[in-house]
Write a protein that binds this ligand. Structure first.
Ligand code: PHE
Length: 341
């Protein structure tokens, strides 16, 4: 027994010394195996109990167990301490800096064509115009015939038309909406019809698809002066208070008389520059008094009169934002689009 006692006390000393040098969880695991595992001295001692005198076995077992429990307790305490340290280390090394700026995802913006269209709607809304829409695929009859553009008439060649099938076209202008509205509603009429139009054309100032806005006012007593007043109001709101307008005689089959509207050049304010080809004026839309033939096709009474105007939205946007190439509207280059945010 004396022998076992001294064995245990020297083992206890050795294990304590070893435990005191354990500084992390990994070496603690190694220590556990070494101190209590199958190959440990303690385990061997337990197994050898059987070889002792039966009278001594009980005491020997108790002594060995005492040391075993003591070591296990020490391990548990150290483990708890190390785990707390480990958590603290993790918390301090994996610290989250909530003052760091977040990731910024680029936001889109509305297209300049949409912006100008919205502006147009805001300009005409207070005058009592409502929005009318029509199909982009249109029967030839509404795109041309109703608008006093008969077949075989040279005015059909004014616009290069995409035919989808016999008699069916991609609308070349928003004017069919005028006619369709009059065919469906009795006068008075006051509409603004925006939308895509198509013409077989492609260069710096033409794209096969572009946007138009059409205005139509029909009532009893509508005169050319109403048209002129409306256009002056529009030009000032769109291009600035100092803008002047000028009407030049022109020709459209669906209006009579017809005119083209010029506004003071947005670049030189009328002095003359490269953009206005030194005239001081920029052409922005076509207009006129609704041709009585159109009223006739639409079954409107004889005593109504009206005016209409139509403009390309891209053209207005180009002048307003000083954009040189019409095609940049349709290329989807974000660097171009970002300028209009
Ligand atoms: N529809 C004509 C065009 O596309 C524009 C216009 C509309 C002219 C209404 C006069 C009246 O060129």
């Amino acid at each position: 027994m004396l022998d076992l006692n001294s064995k245990l006390s020297s083992l206890e000393g050795a294990l304590k010394a070893e435990l005191s040098s354990v500084k992390d969880l990994k070496s603690l695991d190694e220590f556990k195996i070494k101190a209590l595992g199958k190959k440990s001295e303690l385990y061997q001692l337990t197994r050898n109990i059987g070889e002792l005198d039966p009278a001594q076995r009980k005491t020997a077992g108790a002594l060995i167990n005492k040391l075993k429990t003591y070591i296990e307790q020490n391990i548990a305490e150290l483990e708890a301490g190390l785990k707390t340290d480990d958590n603290k280390n993790k918390l301090s090394s994996e610290v989250l800096d909530i003052t760091m700026p977040g990731r910024v995802y680029p936001l889109g913006a509305s297209h300049p064509v949409t912006q100008v269209l919205n502006e147009l709607i805001e300009i005409f809304k207070p005058l009592g115009y409502s929005i009318a829409n029509g199909p982009e695929i249109e029967h030839e009859y509404y795109n041309f015939d109703v608008l006093n553009i008969p077949r075989e008439h040279p005015s059909r060649d004014m616009q290069d038309t995409f035919y989808i099938m016999d008699n069916v076209v991609l609308r070349t202008h928003t004017s069919p909406v005028q006619a369709c509205t009059m065919l469906q509603h009795t006068p008075p009429v006051r509409i603004l019809s925006p939308g895509r139009v198509y013409r077989s054309d492609y260069d710096v100032t033409h794209t096969p698809m572009f946007h138009q806005v059409e205005g139509l006012v029909v009532d009893r007593g509508i005169k050319f002066s109403h048209l002129k007043g409306t256009l002056l109001y529009f030009a000032k709101r769109m291009f600035g208070e100092k803008t002047s307008i000028r009407l030049r005689p022109s020709y459209f089959p669906f209006t009579e008389p017809s005119a083209e509207l010029d506004v003071t050049c947005v670049a030189c304010k009328g002095k003359g520059c490269r953009i206005c080809k030194n005239t001081g004026w920029l052409e922005i839309l076509g207009c006129g008094m609704v041709n009585p033939n159109v009223f006739k096709y639409c079954n409107y009474p004889d005593d109504v009169t009206g005016f209409a105007f139509g403009m390309g939205i891209e053209r207005i946007a180009m002048l307003k934002y000083k954009i040189g190439d019409l095609r940049s509207f349709f290329e989807g280059d974000v660097r171009f689009l970002r300028q209009f945010q």
